[in-house]
Design a binder for this molecule. Structure first.
Ligand SMILES: Cc1ncc(COP(=O)(O)O)c(C=O)c1O
Length: 384
């Protein structure tokens, strides 16, 4: 099993998995020795309809052959259809869409919209929250190394409150706050789920103080929790949602889906992105969403998640299973990194988290019952 990056030309920014990928299909990656790996990390939560779904591949090839790119300066049907699709699939009255290229950029833009609308700067975010690596999103992300990056850029840090602590949130809110930014299901912190009570309190505190409620669904959105948006499971409608990762099943895309009152004064030139809303990522996203709907992948997420949660909870060393749908965190009573490494011997990929004892599972939405059984079998073999 080869893992090292073999060139110094590439900065060593991620801890790498011990394979060199050559191809992928569904929940599987194929390495350069022809071995198949079960991808319960879902291509970094991106391969929502699986790796290289034939419909997504065909849509990309078809669009690329017709027109690879023009910016939003030239209207394009695919961009308009995708905006309408996201509006249709998001809770009312979320329905105005801005496209960019990544999760951080989507968060940066929704923060910018909230600051623009309120004329305020300060933001409240959560302990355990993770929002990206631009200066503004680093300032909102929990963790000294991220906050240090924002400080170096001269950006003031968000006010961070313990997740699900209504009292602390009330304390942090006042009439200088532009927005609360949070993940309804925190990803990197180990799939920690917001309580309904906490999200309802966040909504009413924003309303009381004239602030905007922003959901970061970059990781938990696009069906990963078993509904298209995570928001709809909590009966709370934010002023905007950021999506990215799973939206185009692997092509770079980010989207802010906002309520009209947040964006009603946006004029030509106020927002922009050369590549945002490009024809090829939009075609990939439309094909990906069509697969999710046609193959009823949200129902698959819900049923197969139940299978994983109920079986995983019985495993030795599993203290608790966190999360929803296919954003799960197995809290263990031993280091998750050891378990993650041991699973490599079974050619199974899983994710780490900022909690050293939580192993993160983010399989493709198409992860089938027999694939879940293989994952559980590998976990059973490792957690003895
Ligand atoms: C919840 C959340 N927000 C934002 C981001 C940043 O997204 P990107 O890496 O596309 O900028 C991530 C990436 O992991 C994420 O999980």
């Amino acid at each position: 099993m080869l893992s090292e990056v073999v060139t110094d030309a590439l900065l060593p920014v991620y801890a790498t998995f011990p394979l060199r990928a050559v191809s992928g299909h569904g929940s599987w990656l194929v390495d350069d020795e022809g071995h198949e790996w079960l991808d319960a990390y879902g291509g970094h939560a991106v391969a929502s309809s699986g790796h290289s779904h034939p419909d997504v591949v065909a849509a990309i090839a078809d669009q690329a052959a017709k027109l690879i790119f023009y910016s939003t300066a030239v209207p394009h049907a695919g961009r308009e259809q995708l905006a309408e699709t996201l509006a249709r699939l998001s809770p009312d009255p979320l329905g105005r869409v801005f496209f960019c290229n990544s999760g951080a950029e989507a968060n940066e833009n929704q923060l910018g919209l909230a600051r623009r609308k309120t004329g305020r700067t300060q933001v409240v975010t959560m302990r355990g929250g993770w929002h990206g690596r631009t200066a503004a999103t680093l300032a909102c992300t929990d963790g000294e190394r991220y906050e240090a990056g924002a400080r170096r850029a001269g950006v003031s840090l968000s006010r961070k409150v313990p997740f699900n602590d209504v009292g602390a949130l009330e304390q942090a809110m006042d009439d200088t706050i532009a927005a609360i930014l949070l993940e309804p299901v925190q990803g990197f912190s180990g799939a920690r789920t917001a309580t309904q009570e906490f999200l309802q309190a966040a909504r009413s505190l924003c309303d009381r103080h004239g602030a905007k409620l922003l959901f970061d669904e970059v990781q938990c959105g696009v069906g990963r929790t078993g509904t298209f948006t995570a928001a709809e499971q909590f009966g709370v409608v934010p002023d905007a949602i950021a999506m990215a990762k799973g939206l185009a099943a692997g092509l770079p895309i980010g989207a802010v889906i906002a309520v009209s009152s947040l964006v009603d004064d946006i004029k030509v030139g106020d927002l922009g992105s050369t590549f945002g809303g490009g024809p090829v990522p939009c075609a990939a996203a439309l094909a990906n969403i069509a697969v999710i709907e046609r193959e009823d992948l949200l129902a698959n997420v819900r049923t197969v998640s139940e299978q994983i949660v109920s079986e995983a909870a019985k495993l030795p060393d599993v203290v608790r299973v966190h999360g929803r749908g296919f954003l799960l965190g197995l809290e263990l009573n031993r280091p998750a990194a050891d378990v993650q490494r041991a699973l490599w011997q079974h050619r199974v990929l899983t994710g780490a988290s900022t909690d050293p004892r939580t192993l993160r599972l983010l399989p493709p939405l198409s992860f089938a019952p027999d694939e879940a059984a293989l994952l559980l079998q590998a976990l059973r073999a490792v957690l003895v």
